[in-house]
Ligand binder design. Sequence first.
Ligand SMILES: [Zn+2]
Length: 278
Amino acid sequence: MLCSICNSPTVRPAFKARILSKHDVSYFSCPTCGFVQTEEPYWLSEAYEHTLNDEDTMVLQRNWYFADVVSSVLFTLFDRRGKFLDFGGGHGIFTRLMRDKGFDFYWDDPHGRNIFARGFEYGAEDDPIELITCIECFEHFIHPRKELEKMLGISSNIFLTTQLLPSPVPRPDAWDYYGLTHGQHISFFSVKTLRYLADQYGLHVYTNGINMHLFTKKSFHPLQFKRAIHPGALQRLRIKMTMKSKFQSDYKYIVQTKNDRLAINGTSAPHDTAYRSS
Ligand SMILES: [Zn+2]
């Protein structure tokens, strides 16, 4: 078996664990890049029977929290007027929240159904993307390196979240993030893995050492990143006073788009239709 990150053939069996209460799965660790991966994940169709993992009771709280953090990162370290992409954006919660905060975010996810950010799907023909967010996706990727390369084809700034492996690699019953009961987590990263990837693509990597990481060609003092991901009350206020929420302009855009589409098809606008039918 080859390491999915560094292609090394020297991956070592780490342990076996029972996934979804029925599959005995082998996990392998790579001494070269510090990555841990499962064997070929043949159980994923069962694991994704429901796209939204019912154990993910943090879904709204997490999106709300990371929207706050990412707002601060964009506001302080990047061009806040740029366009942004939430890669693997699921149901579009994060994209909607970021637009509500005034950042021009778009959604993309080949496996997800956009519910909350319809009308703001990413198109490859769009303007350059200043930064990509990838929230709690890397641990789901079968081929993380390929996914990273897809992202780097769009932007060289990537803010991602995934829990880093503690050291030494924990036993299966000692780390919830293995997600044995839902079976969706198959790729696990260490700081060493992040540094390996950064070296491979000529990037800097900044991390809080726990769950928030930034790949970028830009160079910052590590303290700038640390400050950015811990916005204080004053910073939050500055962002709120400077950025203009897009919820109203988005509403107008969506309605206008619908009316334009109906006009092209030779149908009346929605409000006219409602009036006539009443
Ligand atoms: Zn490796």
